[in-house]
Design a binder for this molecule. Sequence first.
Ligand SMILES: Cc1cc2nc3c(=O)[nH]c(=O)nc-3n(C[C@H](O)[C@H](O)[C@H](O)COP(=O)(O)O)c2cc1C
Length: 161
Amino acid sequence: MVIVYESKTGFTKRYAEMLAKKTGLNFFGVKELSKVNRDEEIIFLGWMKVGKIQGLDKLRKYNVKAVCASGTGRTAEPNTDTVIMRNKIESIPFFYLRGGCFPLKEIKGMDKIMLIMFVNMLKSRKEKDEKLEEAISIIENGFDGVNEENLTPILEWIATR
Ligand SMILES: Cc1cc2nc3c(=O)[nH]c(=O)nc-3n(C[C@H](O)[C@H](O)[C@H](O)COP(=O)(O)O)c2cc1C
């Protein structure tokens, strides 16, 4: 079994490194996928962009046994079932890992435009609860939610194999 990850700003990579350290498994970026045998069992970690787990489509012909997705919410947004359905991973275990992001002013290109649109949409909502205020603050000011404890469910799953 090996770990394969896709990370743009490094938060998911940190989880991949931590998981590799804790399990002794080798880890590879999606760009190094050619080094992984097609029938090797894979734990995949990817970051989420508008609900889509980045990099996962490149592994469709590989032997993916579990998928972890990192996002900035406390839990998978909009909810776990929707993320599983949208990413077509109904038949394998799914684990959400809270990642993080850099402050909006440090983000560039298309991602920045998308995030500005998203934060404006959140701000325009009439009913603002604590969760919504947190989501706005995270995007504007940045956030680091990477924590070893968040790996417990996936580590427990690995231990049963
Ligand atoms: C354009 C864009 C869209 C995003 N969409 C989502 C999303 O739908 N759900 C979510 O939880 N996080 C979303 N995020 C946050 C990232 O998934 C999160 O910051 C992730 O931990 C980044 O991982 P990385 O550092 O490995 O790239 C988005 C970030 C960007 C830049």
